[in-house]
Design a protein around this ligand. Sequence first.
Ligand code: SAH
Ligand code: SF4
Ligand code: F3S
Length: 460
Amino acid sequence: MNIFHSEKLFPMIKKQVYLETYGCQMNVADSEVVLSIMSDTGFGITHDAASADVIFVNTCSVRDNAEQRVRQRISMLKNYKRENPGVLIGVLGCMAERLRTELIDKGNVVDLVVGPDEYRRLPELVESAFSGQRGIAVKLSRVENYDDIMPLRTEGINAWISVMRGCDKFCTFCVVPFTRGRERSRSLKSVVEEVKRLSERGFKEITLLGQNVNSYQDGEFDFADLITRVSVVDRSIRVRFMTPHPQDMSDALIQTIAGNENICKNIHLPVQSGSNRILQLMNRTYSIEHYLGLVEKIRNAIPGVTLSTDIIAGFPTESEDDHQQTLDVIHNVGYDGAFMFKYSPRENTKSWEMGDDIPDEVKVQRLNEIIDLQQTISLRRNQAHIGTTLEILVERESAKSNDEWMGRSDTNKVTVFPKENARVGEIVRAKIHNCNSATLFGTLVSEPEAMSEYRLAVNS
Ligand code: SAH
Ligand code: SF4
Ligand code: F3S
């Protein structure tokens, strides 16, 4: 495609690349772009690090513990190098972008440091590294969106499609605008083309991805236009999207989700805090009243919709009263699920300069209160499904038993049920008889029942 041919670079045996991915779904999608670039250059892909000639680690910087995990992993990779000194180790992704030379300077483990907008250069950088030249490529681009690269997907049911990259929101706690650069969108045409090809290949679900997926813009087309066009390509494909920002959640988008059966009725809408004072310090650009208004609008327009969120506990200056307001929002919205984090100060962000004045014990205590409350609510939301029938897309074997499948409803409820005659990739009906806060348990039913009985149940 856009890169040289293997024969020129590696004339004899096919070299093998191994890749590990950390962080968000954008990184998962980027890893598929990286594998596509490497395989077009003539590399084989291996799942065994010990037999690899090139080991890539696609990394995340969002919180300090995410970076610590990767650092530990990189230091473990030393062992592979000891066994096989010829192996190349490359750090990709957000840590590469944030830490740059620091990663190469420390010890002799890392040969390559390549940021998220420089993956096209990987073959060239790998070639130089094999001849002993360690390389760094961390320029951010205003235009790179890998529009023309068909990601190398290894999974056959769900496909991630990155439709925009970067973030211009600059929430004060967040490294993403610095590690991913400015917002830019792929063309609507190329996304729709990709969906057509995924449909031909039998994919059953696609997730449109972006750090602020709903600020997508291609000329006059916005995200509502994009998802509308995507959803009509193949009505049997379920369409999801991640992550929308509350500021860009337009009425048109809400109506589009409501009006298209195959757009999943689940919205992840990060709130971060329930206190207007903290939201302002975070530069989230909405008030809690606006957010709650949005939730109401969404619930009115999309019966049975499920909502999830992200929450940060212990942002600088957060008082007990601010924290209570966060608990109130969780209680009032009644989320189906949440990702809950302890505030982690990140160097060079605005909030870094605000100090990290909430003691760790207090952060932990607030986080635990948030988690406890959310678990109770998740359980209650799940219990509302008992006795109802859901349409489940069968994804894979359940982690706990090889006699059971795991799949999800369009409302994103993880459901486990005995395999019987169901197959991966099929949509089946499961009657729910039990649950915990994370999973529904059901049995297959064959008789046609009202499609989304559960929607009636939770709304009544
Ligand atoms: N673009 C998405 C989120 C990207 S990061 C959005 O705006 O919602 C995913 C989540 O990580 C954020 O929603 C936030 O809750 C959390 N996060 C980001 N930076 C953080 C930090 N410094 N400390 C703790 N949590 C953080
Ligand atoms: Fe980070 Fe805010 Fe952008 Fe999300 S919207 S990626 S939290 S800066
Ligand atoms: Fe992490 Fe980068 Fe994603 S910081 S959350 S991998 S955009």
